[in-house]
Design a binder for this molecule. Structure first.
Ligand code: BDR
Ligand code: CA
Length: 303
């Protein structure tokens, strides 16, 4: 079992990623850390607790960054994830609470306690990871691996024509993480736009006699409608965050290449992730994915 911290900005595809990760015996999810992103930090933390409650899992949750490193927060993507971040399905407050320790302190402490063991899967803005590295640069050599959902290295963006949402939400944090020397794998739109969950799956989830499959069907329906609006005829929604989890479970789902990835920090291309052959450090960029094999694996684990 790989010990993992899952950093989320829950979000509908984050919720699916949490379920996939917690139902996968290859991973030991020791804690969930939260970041602003798909909503304000209060909502992303609440949503994370609600997803855990629905799954019947007790995993500690540590609340993290409420804004980008050094720019004001942008508008939250309510058109993709709903006003509440879970497709307008939230009807109650969670029973559990987040821990008193903050996400950044938790990440630093766990990495130090388990040198060269911890994998961090980060599927929101990279603010918590950047803050941890800035506060305690010594953790860079102690983290085993950071797998992130973010970036659009050889393809267009989804928030602007150039930028993917997680990088756009905090470009300086992404630049900090990519240039830090951490062992980073980028699971970007290059591959996640190929791993589509077909619309037809909802009928199957709704036919199941389980509360959690209805919980996920309701929110995913909202997400699928957003995908149809922005990509008419696409027939499904992208499994962005679940693919980052999948790559940690089974790295053979993807083919990677090493590039020096820089983030554009100014102008109309802000948030663009640019791959350079020259310069260091090189990080792993996913270029190809076995989409069907991944989708079947994800579906076999979700419930
Ligand atoms: C990413 O942005 C968020 O909206 C999703 O949860 C995912 O992490 C996709 O660009
Ligand atoms: Ca996310």
């Amino acid at each position: 079992m790989k010990p993992v911290i899952l950093d989320v900005d829950t979000g509908i595809d984050d919720a699916l990623a949490i379920a996939y990760a917690l139902n996968s015996p290859e991973l030991e999810i020791i804690g969930l850390t939260t970041c602003f992103g798909n909503g304000p930090i209060e909502n992303t933390t609440r949503n994370t607790l609600l997803v855990l409650e629905q799954l019947g899992k007790k995993v500690p949750v540590y609340s993290g960054a409420d804004k980008p490193l050094n720019r004001p927060a942008k508008k939250f993507p309510t058109h993709v994830h709903g006003e509440d971040g879970l497709g307008n399905t939230v009807k109650k407050a969670p029973l559990m609470e987040a821990e008193s320790e903050g996400a950044v302190a938790y990440i630093i402490n766990q990495v130090k306690q388990r040198p060269h063991e911890m994998t961090i899967i980060a599927v929101g803005p990279l603010t918590n990871i950047a803050l941890a590295v800035k506060k305690e640069p010594g953790i860079v050599s102690l983290v085993k691996e950071v797998v992130i959902m973010g970036g659009a290295v050889f393809t267009g963006g989804n928030t602007t024509p150039f930028s993917e949402a997680n990088v756009f939400a905090d470009p300086e944090a992404a630049e900090c993480v990519f240039s830090s020397g951490l062992s980073v794998t980028v699971v970007g739109l290059d591959v996640t736009m190929q791993t589509l969950l077909p619309n037809a799956i909802l009928a199957d989830w709704r036919a199941r006699d389980r509360e959690e499959s209805h919980f996920f069907a309701d929110m995913t329906s909202f997400y699928m409608q957003a995908y149809e609006t922005f990509h008419p005829g696409i027939g499904g929604c992208a499994l962005h965050d679940p693919l980052a989890v999948g790559v940690v479970i089974d790295p053979s789902f993807v083919k990677k290449e090493k590039w020096n990835v820089k983030v554009v920090l100014e102008g109309e291309e802000t948030g663009r992730t640019v791959a350079l052959a020259e310069g260091e450090p090189k990080i792993q960029v996913c270029r190809q994915v076995e989409a069907d094999r991944f989708l079947n694996h994800f579906l076999s684990r979700l419930f």
